[in-house]
Design a protein. Structure first.
Length: 231
Protein backbone atom coordinates (compact mmCIF):
# COMPACT_ATOMS: atom_id res chain seq x y z
CA UNK A 1 0.00 0.00 0.00
CA UNK A 2 1.53 3.38 -0.95
CA UNK A 3 2.15 5.96 1.74
CA UNK A 4 -0.23 8.93 1.89
CA UNK A 5 1.20 11.96 0.13
CA UNK A 6 1.92 13.63 3.48
CA UNK A 7 3.95 10.60 4.64
CA UNK A 8 5.83 9.93 1.40
CA UNK A 9 9.59 10.29 1.93
CA UNK A 10 11.34 13.37 0.56
CA UNK A 11 14.96 12.93 -0.55
CA UNK A 12 17.09 15.70 0.95
CA UNK A 13 20.48 14.52 -0.29
CA UNK A 14 21.87 11.66 -2.31
CA UNK A 15 25.60 10.92 -2.57
CA UNK A 16 27.73 8.35 -4.32
CA UNK A 17 30.71 7.46 -2.17
CA UNK A 18 33.48 4.86 -2.22
CA UNK A 19 31.15 2.34 -0.56
CA UNK A 20 28.07 3.04 -2.65
CA UNK A 21 25.07 5.30 -2.37
CA UNK A 22 23.87 7.02 0.80
CA UNK A 23 20.60 8.92 0.97
CA UNK A 24 19.09 11.23 3.55
CA UNK A 25 15.28 11.30 3.50
CA UNK A 26 12.62 13.13 5.47
CA UNK A 27 9.14 12.01 6.43
CA UNK A 28 6.45 14.18 7.99
CA UNK A 29 6.66 17.80 9.11
CA UNK A 30 7.07 19.82 12.27
CA UNK A 31 7.29 17.80 15.46
CA UNK A 32 6.47 14.66 13.46
CA UNK A 33 9.52 15.01 11.20
CA UNK A 34 11.60 11.84 10.89
CA UNK A 35 14.92 11.65 9.04
CA UNK A 36 16.10 8.37 7.53
CA UNK A 37 19.48 7.17 6.28
CA UNK A 38 19.41 4.69 3.41
CA UNK A 39 22.65 2.95 2.37
CA UNK A 40 22.75 1.15 -0.98
CA UNK A 41 18.98 0.88 -0.95
CA UNK A 42 18.95 -0.66 2.56
CA UNK A 43 17.23 1.18 5.40
CA UNK A 44 19.90 1.83 8.02
CA UNK A 45 18.31 3.95 10.76
CA UNK A 46 16.04 6.88 11.43
CA UNK A 47 15.30 9.48 14.09
CA UNK A 48 11.95 8.07 15.20
CA UNK A 49 13.25 6.32 18.32
CA UNK A 50 16.85 6.56 19.53
CA UNK A 51 16.36 4.37 22.58
CA UNK A 52 18.41 1.42 21.38
CA UNK A 53 21.31 3.62 20.23
CA UNK A 54 21.40 5.28 23.64
CA UNK A 55 21.18 1.98 25.49
CA UNK A 56 24.03 0.64 23.37
CA UNK A 57 26.29 3.25 24.99
CA UNK A 58 24.82 2.71 28.45
CA UNK A 59 25.20 -1.08 28.24
CA UNK A 60 28.88 -0.71 27.37
CA UNK A 61 29.47 1.67 30.27
CA UNK A 62 27.57 -0.48 32.76
CA UNK A 63 29.66 -3.52 31.81
CA UNK A 64 32.91 -1.70 32.62
CA UNK A 65 34.75 -1.86 35.90
CA UNK A 66 36.41 1.55 35.90
CA UNK A 67 36.24 2.64 39.51
CA UNK A 68 36.53 6.41 39.78
CA UNK A 69 38.25 6.88 36.41
CA UNK A 70 36.07 8.17 33.57
CA UNK A 71 36.55 5.81 30.61
CA UNK A 72 36.97 6.45 26.90
CA UNK A 73 34.65 5.16 24.17
CA UNK A 74 35.03 4.54 20.47
CA UNK A 75 31.75 4.58 18.53
CA UNK A 76 31.77 2.85 15.18
CA UNK A 77 29.29 4.65 12.96
CA UNK A 78 27.87 8.16 13.36
CA UNK A 79 24.45 7.28 11.96
CA UNK A 80 21.75 9.75 13.02
CA UNK A 81 23.86 10.75 16.03
CA UNK A 82 21.89 9.36 18.96
CA UNK A 83 24.82 7.36 20.38
CA UNK A 84 27.20 10.31 20.15
CA UNK A 85 24.71 12.77 21.61
CA UNK A 86 23.88 10.46 24.50
CA UNK A 87 27.52 9.75 25.30
CA UNK A 88 28.27 13.48 25.37
CA UNK A 89 25.18 14.41 27.39
CA UNK A 90 26.69 13.15 30.64
CA UNK A 91 30.13 13.27 32.22
CA UNK A 92 30.70 9.53 32.46
CA UNK A 93 32.97 9.45 29.38
CA UNK A 94 36.35 11.13 29.43
CA UNK A 95 36.92 10.84 25.67
CA UNK A 96 34.44 10.11 22.85
CA UNK A 97 35.69 9.21 19.39
CA UNK A 98 33.41 8.43 16.45
CA UNK A 99 34.61 6.75 13.27
CA UNK A 100 32.46 7.37 10.19
CA UNK A 101 33.48 6.42 6.65
CA UNK A 102 30.77 8.36 4.78
CA UNK A 103 31.58 12.03 4.34
CA UNK A 104 27.94 12.68 3.48
CA UNK A 105 26.78 11.56 6.92
CA UNK A 106 29.38 13.76 8.62
CA UNK A 107 28.20 16.72 6.52
CA UNK A 108 24.55 16.11 7.47
CA UNK A 109 25.60 16.46 11.09
CA UNK A 110 27.93 19.40 10.74
CA UNK A 111 25.76 21.57 8.52
CA UNK A 112 22.59 19.64 7.73
CA UNK A 113 19.33 18.53 9.36
CA UNK A 114 20.99 16.07 11.74
CA UNK A 115 22.82 18.91 13.50
CA UNK A 116 19.72 19.25 15.65
CA UNK A 117 20.66 15.92 17.27
CA UNK A 118 24.45 16.12 17.41
CA UNK A 119 25.24 19.86 17.44
CA UNK A 120 25.99 20.13 21.16
CA UNK A 121 28.08 16.95 21.09
CA UNK A 122 30.16 18.16 18.15
CA UNK A 123 30.96 21.32 20.12
CA UNK A 124 32.10 19.26 23.11
CA UNK A 125 35.93 19.15 23.36
CA UNK A 126 35.77 15.51 24.46
CA UNK A 127 34.26 14.51 21.10
CA UNK A 128 36.17 13.80 17.89
CA UNK A 129 34.83 12.51 14.56
CA UNK A 130 37.28 10.65 12.34
CA UNK A 131 36.48 10.28 8.65
CA UNK A 132 37.89 6.83 7.95
CA UNK A 133 36.93 3.21 7.51
CA UNK A 134 36.42 1.49 10.85
CA UNK A 135 38.12 -1.80 9.96
CA UNK A 136 41.21 0.02 8.72
CA UNK A 137 41.25 2.21 11.83
CA UNK A 138 41.00 -0.75 14.20
CA UNK A 139 44.01 -2.35 12.55
CA UNK A 140 46.27 0.71 12.43
CA UNK A 141 45.51 3.07 15.31
CA UNK A 142 47.76 3.34 18.34
CA UNK A 143 44.88 4.59 20.48
CA UNK A 144 43.26 2.34 23.05
CA UNK A 145 39.74 2.59 24.47
CA UNK A 146 37.76 1.27 27.40
CA UNK A 147 34.68 0.59 25.29
CA UNK A 148 33.92 0.01 21.62
CA UNK A 149 30.32 0.47 20.48
CA UNK A 150 29.50 -0.78 16.99
CA UNK A 151 26.41 0.43 15.13
CA UNK A 152 27.40 0.38 11.48
CA UNK A 153 25.10 -2.40 10.26
CA UNK A 154 21.71 -3.90 11.03
CA UNK A 155 23.67 -6.54 12.93
CA UNK A 156 26.42 -9.13 12.48
CA UNK A 157 24.18 -11.18 10.18
CA UNK A 158 22.79 -8.23 8.19
CA UNK A 159 25.57 -5.98 6.97
CA UNK A 160 25.11 -2.84 4.89
CA UNK A 161 27.97 -3.78 2.56
CA UNK A 162 29.73 -7.10 2.02
CA UNK A 163 33.02 -5.61 3.20
CA UNK A 164 31.54 -5.02 6.66
CA UNK A 165 31.16 -8.77 7.22
CA UNK A 166 34.91 -8.88 7.86
CA UNK A 167 34.37 -6.90 11.06
CA UNK A 168 32.50 -9.81 12.66
CA UNK A 169 34.98 -12.45 11.51
CA UNK A 170 37.76 -13.82 13.75
CA UNK A 171 40.21 -11.33 12.22
CA UNK A 172 37.77 -8.46 12.73
CA UNK A 173 37.10 -9.38 16.35
CA UNK A 174 40.84 -9.61 16.93
CA UNK A 175 41.10 -6.06 15.60
CA UNK A 176 38.37 -4.99 18.03
CA UNK A 177 40.34 -6.53 20.88
CA UNK A 178 43.44 -4.74 19.66
CA UNK A 179 41.97 -1.29 20.42
CA UNK A 180 40.41 -2.30 23.74
CA UNK A 181 42.28 -2.06 26.98
CA UNK A 182 42.27 -5.20 29.15
CA UNK A 183 38.78 -5.48 30.59
CA UNK A 184 37.38 -3.24 27.87
CA UNK A 185 33.87 -3.85 26.58
CA UNK A 186 32.71 -4.51 23.03
CA UNK A 187 29.02 -3.67 22.45
CA UNK A 188 27.41 -4.47 19.09
CA UNK A 189 23.93 -3.28 18.09
CA UNK A 190 21.75 -5.72 16.17
CA UNK A 191 18.22 -5.74 14.79
CA UNK A 192 17.92 -9.44 15.65
CA UNK A 193 19.55 -11.99 17.97
CA UNK A 194 22.59 -13.85 16.67
CA UNK A 195 23.63 -16.96 18.60
CA UNK A 196 26.34 -17.52 15.98
CA UNK A 197 27.87 -14.14 16.81
CA UNK A 198 27.80 -14.93 20.51
CA UNK A 199 29.78 -18.07 19.71
CA UNK A 200 32.18 -16.01 17.58
CA UNK A 201 32.78 -13.63 20.51
CA UNK A 202 33.58 -16.52 22.85
CA UNK A 203 35.85 -18.15 20.28
CA UNK A 204 37.69 -14.83 19.91
CA UNK A 205 38.44 -14.84 23.64
CA UNK A 206 35.80 -12.39 24.91
CA UNK A 207 34.39 -13.19 28.33
CA UNK A 208 31.04 -12.40 29.92
CA UNK A 209 29.36 -12.73 26.53
CA UNK A 210 25.66 -11.97 26.64
CA UNK A 211 22.88 -10.36 24.63
CA UNK A 212 20.59 -7.69 26.07
CA UNK A 213 17.13 -7.21 24.59
CA UNK A 214 15.93 -3.64 24.09
CA UNK A 215 12.16 -3.38 23.91
CA UNK A 216 10.83 -0.57 21.74
CA UNK A 217 7.48 1.18 21.69
CA UNK A 218 6.60 -0.70 18.52
CA UNK A 219 8.08 -3.44 16.40
CA UNK A 220 10.38 -6.27 17.41
CA UNK A 221 13.02 -5.66 20.11
CA UNK A 222 16.56 -4.61 19.23
CA UNK A 223 19.60 -6.41 20.63
CA UNK A 224 22.98 -5.45 22.06
CA UNK A 225 25.70 -8.12 22.05
CA UNK A 226 28.29 -7.62 24.80
CA UNK A 227 31.71 -9.11 25.46
CA UNK A 228 34.66 -8.21 27.69
CA UNK A 229 38.21 -8.18 26.36
CA UNK A 230 40.44 -10.52 28.40
CA UNK A 231 42.89 -8.99 30.84
Amino acid sequence: MPFPASDAPVTLDRREGPFGEVVLRRRGNGDATVHEIIANGCFLMDTSDGRSERLLVDAAHDALETGNVAPSVLIGGLGVGFSLAHAAAGKQWRRITVVEREQAIIDWHRSGPLAAISGEALADPRCVILHTDLVAYLRTTDDRYDALCLDIDNGPDWTVTEDNAELYSPAGLAACQRVLRPGGVLAVWSAQPSPAFEDALRNAGFTGVRTEEIRLARGVPDMVHLGVSPA
